[in-house]
Design a protein around this ligand. Sequence first.
Ligand code: FES
Length: 162
Amino acid sequence: MAEDCYRDNALYAELKKVIEEKKGLEKPLIEILRDAQEIFGYLPEEVQRFIAEELNMPLSEVYGVVTFYNFFSMKPRGKYVINVCTGTACYVKGAPRLLQMLSDELKIELGGTTPDNQFTLTSVRCVGACSLAPVFVIGEDTFGRIENRDKLKEILKKYRQA
Ligand code: FES
């Protein structure tokens, strides 16, 4: 049966293992979704449905959580996710301009992914580096006080070559 096919996939086997490990927790859904996003890279509807069935809860409840938190994505993401901080300190110090510069450089809107799947541009709340505002984060790397486009280009170039 087509519906069961995806469940044979190794990624689903990994997810099932995670669900088994975590379903006894008091509120397992967010943790399971986090792990599912790590495993699949994003949370398509099939994955949400699988989790809903395994946890015996309505799909609408899973969907509600996925759409509420902006660190969950229902679309495939690029190799590098650029998180621009839009917390208060960064906002005041120029986060909108930084976002615009990134958007121009990558030729994508906020939430978009470049056609070569290298970069996804997204925003986050304070990442705890307010003294460097405005800040953006790529993976474990934090970049701050980006005042001009040349500096930004230099950073992106390194990731393009990576
Ligand atoms: S507000 Fe951006 S790092 Fe704190």
